[in-house]
Every structure is written in structure tokens, then in C-alpha cells.
Design a protein around this ligand. Structure first.
Ligand SMILES: Cc1cc2nc3c(=O)[nH]c(=O)nc-3n(C[C@H](O)[C@H](O)[C@H](O)COP(=O)(O)O)c2cc1C
Length: 209
């Protein structure tokens, strides 16, 4: 499938085939492809909680506007965005630092510069930290959806859920924000997919510029 086909085939699928599991290896492949997403300073402030268990999905559905796809999809991903991903001591930042030094992209002596640069951009306010986490995790999430389509899977992104409720019920740290839930599976062959939705034109997006 080329990119044009991927963008046309991907839909927010409402009805999933409840008799078709998503093999672990396929889900791993999808995540691996999405993990190639770009991120600020390559800080990759995203993580996933993978729900397959019927009871866990039922618990989530109660907190997600009772949307049937939460229990009908074989897999639901809770996408988490780490608001502290720019701070010294954060495990991913530290791994990134080690990698940058190892690859020669940065020198040890530049550590303070690097930490100050990240702090000045993302640590200047709670809003900046939230924006840092969510914009990067959203690129990753888009990658998950396109990767899924390229592998023959279907998805449905959801932000219709009780954020605090989900955080408490699934022990998600206050450092993380949940930009979306993502149902993953195979569309139900008996259900009709709604016609493609309208999109803004190029002129509407650019103002004709
Ligand atoms: C971040 C995000 C949150 C969404 N939340 C929901 C949701 O909670 N429930 C729902 O039915 N659809 C949800 N949608 C799906 C959108 O309505 C859908 O993507 C849009 O109408 C375009 O349709 P398409 O994806 O099939 O092209 C969400 C989409 C995104 C990107």
C-alpha cells in the first residue's frame, strides 16, 4: 500500500470483528513502525498501556462514554504523553543523552546547554510541558494509525473519556497525560463503513497562500 492508499483506507472504524485477535507480533510491528516518528530533541515522550483483557476493557469502557468499540476491539491502547520527558533524570532523556554522546551528536561538555535548551522550551510553564508531551505523542499516535492500516489493521482514536477517571483506574502517574485511547483490530466485515468524511481543501488550510 502506498501512502495515498494508506491515507484513504484509514478510517475511524466503529465496528470491530470480535472473533479476530491481533497477534502480538503484528501489534509489536505496528508499534515499531510508529516509533520512527520524529520528536523534539528525539525525546520520544510516549508510552502505551496495552489492554487485551475483557475485564480491563470493560472497566475502561465505563470511563469512555460507554463506547462499545472499547470492549469490541481486541486491543485498546492507552496512549500516554510524559510531561516530564524534558527533565534531567527522566529515563528516556538520559538514554537519549547517552546515545547522542555515543554517536558524536553531542559532547559531554554540552550537557548543561542541552538541559537548559529543553527546559527553556518545555519547562517554562505547565502549559509548555503539556504541549511538549501531547504534540510529540500525537505524532506517534498518528504513526500508529497509519502503521496499522499498512499492516491490514483498523483503528479508532478516542478522546471521549474521563481523563482523571482513566488515570486513577489504570494507575497512570500524574506526570503523564492521556491524549487519546486507540482501539485496534479488524473491521467487522458485516458492518458498513460510513462514507468518507469531508476534509478542508488546500485553500481552506492555507488561506490560498
Ligand atoms: C484525537 C481524536 C479523538 C477522537 N475521539 C473520538 C471519540 O471519542 N469517539 C468517536 O466516535 N470518534 C472519535 N474520533 C474519531 C473522529 O470523529 C474521526 O476521526 C473523524 O470524524 C474523521 O473520520 P475518519 O477518521 O473516519 O476519516 C476521534 C478522533 C481523534 C483524532
Amino acid at each position: 500500500m502506498n501512502f495515498d492508499e494508506i491515507t484513504r483506507t484509514r478510517r475511524a472504524v466503529n465496528f470491530f470483528d470480535q472473533n479476530r485477535e491481533v497477534p502480538r507480533e503484528l501489534l509489536d510491528r505496528m508499534i515499531e513502525l510508529a516509533a520512527r516518528a520524529p520528536s523534539s530533541f528525539n525525546l520520544q515522550p510516549w508510552r502505551l498501556m496495552v489492554l487485551r483483557d475483557a475485564e480491563e476493557k470493560a472497566r475502561l469502557r465505563k470511563l469512555a462514554w460507554d463506547q462499545p468499540k472499547v470492549t469490541e476491539a481486541p486491543v485498546v491502547l492507552i496512549v500516554m504523553a510524559d510531561k516530564t520527558g524534558w527533565q534531567a533524570g527522566n529515563p528516556t532523556l538520559e538514554k537519549n543523552w547517552t546515545e547522542m554522546v555515543r554517536s558524536g551528536a553531542m559532547e559531554e561538555a554540552q550537557r548543561d546547554w542541552f538541559l537548559d535548551a529543553a527546559k527553556s522550551l518545555y519547562g517554562r510553564s505547565p502549559e509548555a510541558s503539556l504541549a511538549f508531551a501531547v504534540k510529540n505523542a500525537a505524532f506517534f499516535a498518528m504513526g500508529l494509525m497509519y502503521a496499522a492500516t499498512s499492516l491490514g489493521l483498523d483503528t479508532h482514536p478516542m478522546d471521549g473519556f474521563d481523563h482523571e477517571g482513566v488515570r486513577k483506574a489504570f494507575d497512570i502517574s500524574g506526570d503523564d497525560w492521556v491524549p487519546l485511547l486507540l482501539a485496534v483490530g479488524y473491521r467487522d466485515p458485516r458492518a458498513e463503513t460510513a462514507p468518507p468524511k469531508w476534509r478542508k481543501s488546500v485553500a481552506e488550510i492555507t488561506g490560498g497562500g
